[in-house]
Design a binder for this molecule. Structure first.
Ligand SMILES: [Zn+2]
Length: 460
């Protein structure tokens, strides 16, 4: 098969996010296969290349590296904006939603994955993880196979985690028993999905992460065994941590330790570990994260929505801690709007630290470079010759950016209201064209998600 050739011609503005954060005007980007072949002015295609090449006039477009979403629960798309939990905090929100989520099936998994990944692609993300921790007793299918099928149909780069919950209420956990599994079941299935799906090669479209749900839903033995398994395969390790004061209280009562102390005891610190949220850390804990190179997935919309608090991202960055961005599950955001998440990250840090809290470029860097580091994709995260061709293009001549072009990069964070790309390119292929998903019918996804959601939530 011949490599596809794509020429992004005469780009209005390119933000490379390379080490010196160069920004370029009026340059072309030549993509061959799944990599960026050349960046320069007036690139000419040979007669051979021009046959079958696609040339896009980018004279109105800003081009940035595709953003990388580091935290999500795609199944939650089916229960977003539920009136009964619009105004409650995390533990009440979870205990209300578990009995609804018990009824998810293969079709629900498929369409919620399509919806969340579709929204991510349309708002500038090109790679995403998913943290699926809910395995109802009644569901016997291959959940991850369904997710990979949906993600790859859309064309997003997918690095989901095998999540898990092992402690039901009887064991002192928060979830009902029907959505928990035994430690042995989780380990066995984690090994299965690694063998079946994980592709460690550069620019792979399929990667696996391991992610027990949280200190209040899994046992210590599982945490230890999962860390050993992940390290044997060089996979990232992930869990929720230090999200709420309720969690801190739970850990102090049950384990006589603060959440991060517990992680340290379980050998859950290091450059292969990243925690979602990380709001309730004290100074010594931030120092420990920095020393051990443990990373954080910051989820500002979810943190504001559930009133969980403000993560100390400014202080984390000043300590050299790697921070990525996550939209979090759509029941607590309630959308998969990646550019919107960067905007909220910038704004929320300013509530805590003032206008120097986080710049637009820093907010986008979390979403781009932070994500690439956390999910271990060194060949993504910048626009440079030889790097992966994952790009997000925004139309700066659109009404929402008018008057804001004195800084063509920051305008997409400061201004703008729908956060949609005009083109999204993943692995050298166009997956959003003129603002629409290329590979699937958006109306069909919407119709099916609404039908399944209505059915799941009708009794609640
Ligand atoms: Zn989460």
């Amino acid at each position: 098969m011949e490599d596809n050739i794509l020429l992004l011609a005469n780009c209005f503005h390119i933000a490379t996010f390379n080490d010196s954060m160069d920004e370029l005007k009026g340059q072309d980007i030549l993509i061959e296969g799944n990599r960026i072949k050349e960046i320069g002015e007036g690139i000419e295609l040979s007669t051979e290349e021009i046959n079958g090449a696609e040339i896009i006039d980018c004279s109105s477009y800003l081009v940035i590296p595709g953003m990388i979403n580091t935290h999500h629960h795609l199944f939650q798309n089916l229960t977003r904006n539920l009136p009964s939990v619009q105004n409650v905090k995390l533990f009440d929100w979870l205990t209300h939603l578990y009995p609804i989520w018990v009824n998810i099936d293969g079709e629900a998994i498929y369409y919620s994955t399509l919806l969340g990944c579709g929204e991510l692609l349309k708002t500038g993300a090109t790679t995403t993880t998913d943290h699926h921790y809910l395995y109802p007793e009644s569901f016997k299918g291959d959940l991850m196979e369904i997710q990979f099928e949906a993600a790859l149909e859309l064309g997003i780069r997918f690095s989901p985690s095998r999540g898990s919950m092992t402690m039901g209420r009887k064991e002192g956990g928060l979830p009902p028993r029907e959505v928990t599994q035994s430690t042995e079941e989780v380990i066995e299935d984690s090994m299965r999905v690694i063998n079946k799906f994980h592709d460690p090669r550069p620019l792979s479209m399929r990667r696996i992460t391991l992610a027990p749900c949280s200190p209040f839903s899994v046992g210590r033995d599982l945490m230890i065994k999962i860390a050993e398994l992940a390290r044997a395969h060089s996979l990232p390790l992930h869990t929720h941590l230090a999200e709420t004061l309720d969690e801190e209280k739970y850990c102090l009562e049950r384990f006589k330790k603060r959440p991060l102390e517990l992680m340290e005891e379980l050998n859950w610190l290091g450059e292969d570990v990243y925690f979602a949220h990380g709001i309730q850390f004290n100074d010594a804990e931030l120092d420990l994260l920095s020393r051990t190179k443990t990373a954080i997935s910051h989820c500002p919309s979810s943190n504001m929505r559930l009133g969980s608090g403000i993560a100390r991202v400014r202080e984390m960055l000043d300590r050299g801690i790697i921070v990525g961005l996550g939209v979090d599950g759509s029941a607590s955001n309630d959308s998969s709007d990646m550019l919107g998440e960067a905007r909220n990250a910038m704004l929320l840090q300013r509530v805590k630290y003032g206008p120097k809290g986080l710049s637009a470029r820093e907010a986008l860097s979390l979403a781009i470079k932070g994500g690439a580091e956390i999910l271990n994709f060194p060949e993504l995260g910048s626009i440079e010759e030889g790097k992966g061709a994952d790009l997000a293009l925004f139309n700066l001549k659109d009404i929402q950016y008018a008057g804001g072009l004195s800084d063509p990069l920051a305008t997409i964070v400061f201004a703008g209201y729908n956060h949609e790309t005009v083109y999204t390119i993943v692995n050298g292929k166009i997956v959003v064209r003129e603002g629409k998903l290329v590979n699937l019918c958006e109306e069909e996804i919407v119709e099916n998600v609404n039908r399944i959601s209505a059915d799941l939530t009708k009794r609640h």
